[in-house]
Every structure is written in structure tokens, then in C-alpha cells.
Design a binder for this molecule. Structure first.
Ligand code: DAH
Length: 340
């Protein structure tokens, strides 16, 4: 039996074919149900015990050699078969990738940047993980301001506090600390607040901050800039109105409404029948903030504003549910293909 196995081993090793039917014959002959290997295993059972260990080893290696030979040859034949039916045609056009569309908020962010760059604003960004100084203290937030509390702010570390920035106003501080006026910059970016997620609120959203610091900057400059922006963004009929408000980092502060871009001010569900929609907060940079950033508030004045990109995008595209912006649903995104 030993001699027989050795002979079969040589026979199998030297076998080669490129023909599928010959390979099938090989399989049946050696590995099939009534093939040589199964017969040898039957024969093995009747061998004297002292020979079994050696013969068992030989038989197993024969089986392994036959299986490997079969698999190798089959692989070669499969590959060759594929090449035969689909020859490589180097003259074909490249296959088209699946193109997505620019995200609606990217479209709007780009438009906002374009509008402000036409009147001399540059673009800056800052870190999303901020320290307390940049996010709150330098911006004149009092130690007990509610925005600092756990329910509004995501704290990464406490004492000293490191937070996910709650607004892009922190970038104002970074700019004023590192650059000398005049400054005329917009700062788009993502911000985080600990809010329950619904169709109207999310734990993260996007803002664009604006800052203009120079000699003799007045509230009139702020108002005119915002009117220019609103008309460029929503159409030349757009009206604005400023309502007094409060922010720790601006004095005086205001919130700005635009005449509803959907109903033209007549009143609809978007503007809750008022004809006006709030789109941003703004004001004259508080002298304390300038001084915190080593800018002489007797020489320089400035204005700042901050708006939510989601809100502007909603007004332009009437997206009813905020969650759609971050769900990455291709059916939603595809609808903006033509707005690029
Ligand atoms: N940071 C404010 C917020 O997140 C928005 C804001 C209001 C920014 C007034 C400003 C501003 O620059 O002057 O709600």
C-alpha cells in the first residue's frame, strides 16, 4: 500500500491541464465518492496496527496534495475563462463613478462666503474643542451665565473647563488675539449644544460669525452690511428689521429679522403668520471684549454678527426637518443637484 501511495503522489504532482473537462475527470478519479482516495481509506482500515500511523500520514498528505492540485488548476482555469469572455479593452471610457450632489448647507455656506467676500471679508476658522476663555470668559460671559451650565454645554473636561464650542463667537476672540485691526472676517463652523434632537433642534448645528473691527465703525455700518447681505441672499425686495436684544459680548445688541422670503411678508407657516423671520444676532463689540483681546477700545470699535446656516438653508430650500441635514440620505441630497 505504501508503494502504491508514493506512486499516486508522483502521478498527482505531475498532473496538469487547462481544460475544465480534464480537471473534472481528475476530480472524479481521485477525490470523487468512489475515487481512489476513498478506496484507499477503506483499504487503510484493514492494515496492521503497527503500520497505521505511517500509512495514515501518507494518506492524508496524498489527499491534501490532490485537493490543492485541484483547487490550483481550477483557479487558473477560472481566471483564464474570465479573461477569455471579457478581454481587457483599454480603449473603453472609464466607468462613471456614482456622483452625489453638494450638500444644501455647503451650497448656502459657499453663497454666504461669496456675498461677504465681495465686500472685503476674508474667511477664518477655529477649533471645535475650546477652552472656557475663548468660548465664554473673553466674550464677557459672567461666571453664572446659564449657557455655561451642563444642560447647554458639552463639557469635555472641567476645572479648567474644556468644551465643545457652543458658538463660533470663540473664533472672534482667537482672531482679535492674533491679528491687528482692521479686521473684516467671517467664520463659518460647526457648534454644539446639549439639546434634545427634534425636527427643529439638534445637538450640533452650523453658524457663520462675522466681525469687523476698525476705527469709526458704527451701528450704521452694521445695519447696512446686513441689509446688503439679506438682499443678496434672499432677493432685492427683502426688508430687514432690528429688534433690541442682549448678548454678553455686544453692546448694544440686536436680533435681525428679514421679511419672510417664502410669502414676501404676507404671513405663512414659515413666518408663523408674522411676515418676519429671525435670522441672526448682532451688535457692537463690547469694549470689555476688545480689551480682553488687547485691542484698545478707545481707538477701535467694531460690530459682530452670528447666524445659523441651517436656518438660512431652510428659508432658501424649505427643508422642514433639521435632521435631514445629517442623515446622509441620498434621496434628500439628490434633490439639490441643480443648485450647485
Ligand atoms: N453667538 C450667538 C449665538 O450663538 C450669536 C451671536 C449674536 C453672534 C450676536 C454675534 C453677535 O457675533 O454679535 O447665539
Amino acid at each position: 500500500m505504501e508503494h502504491n501511495i508514493q506512486r499516486l503522489l508522483d502521478e498527482i504532482k505531475s498532473f496538469s491541464t487547462v481544460k475544465p473537462d480534464e480537471l473534472e475527470q481528475f476530480r472524479i478519479k481521485y477525490l470523487g465518492k468512489n475515487g481512489i482516495l476513498n478506496n484507499l481509506f477503506e483499504e487503510f482500515k484493514a492494515q496492521p496496527p503497527q503500520q497505521k500511523q505511517m500509512l495514515g500520514k501518507l494518506l492524508n498528505s496524498l489527499k491534501q496534495t490532490a485537493s490543492e492540485k485541484y483547487n490550483d488548476l481550477k483557479n487558473n482555469i477560472d481566471i483564464a475563462g474570465k479573461q477569455e469572455t471579457k478581454p481587457l479593452d483599454l480603449t473603453l471610457n472609464a466607468t462613471n463613478g456614482a456622483y452625489g450632489a453638494r450638500h444644501p448647507m455647503s451650497i448656502i455656506r459657499k453663497e454666504i462666503i461669496e456675498i461677504f467676500s465681495r465686500i472685503g471679508f476674508t474667511v477664518a476658522d477655529g477649533p471645535e474643542i475650546e477652552d472656557d476663555w475663548h468660548n465664554f470668559t473673553a466674550l464677557n460671559f459672567q461666571p453664572d451665565h446659564p449657557a455655561r451650565e451642563m444642560q447647554d454645554t458639552f463639557f469635555i473636561e472641567q476645572n479648567p473647563d474644556i468644551v465643545l464650542r457652543t458658538h463660533t463667537s470663540s473664533v472672534q476672540v482667537r482672531l482679535m488675539q492674533t491679528q491687528k485691526p482692521p479686521l473684516r472676517v467671517i467664520m463659518p463652523g460647526r457648534v454644539y449644544r446639549n439639546e434634545a434632537i427634534s425636527s427643529r433642534a439638534h445637538c450640533f448645528f452650523n453658524q457663520v460669525e462675522g466681525l469687523y473691527i476698525d476705527k469709526n465703525v458704527s451701528f450704521a455700518d452694521l445695519k447696512q452690511t446686513l441689509l446688503y447681505f439679506s438682499k443678496e441672499m434672499f432677493g432685492s425686495d427683502t426688508k430687514i428689521r432690528l429688534r433690541p436684544s442682549y448678548f454678553p459680548f455686544t453692546e448694544p445688541s440686536a436680533e435681525m429679522d428679514i421679511s419672510c422670503s417664502l410669502c414676501g411678508g404676507k404671513g405663512c407657516s414659515m413666518c408663523k403668520k408674522t411676515g418676519w423671520v429671525e435670522i441672526l444676532g448682532c451688535g457692537m463689540v463690547d469694549p470689555n471684549v476688545l480689551e480682553n483681546c488687547n485691542i484698545d477700545s478707545k481707538v477701535y470699535t467694531g460690530y459682530a454678527f452670528g447666524m445659523g446656516i441651517e436656518r438660512i438653508t431652510n428659508l432658501k430650500f424649505t427643508v422642514k426637518d433639521l435632521r435631514l441635514f445629517s442623515e446622509n440620505d441620498i434621496r434628500f441630497l439628490k434633490q439639490f443637484k441643480n443648485n450647485i
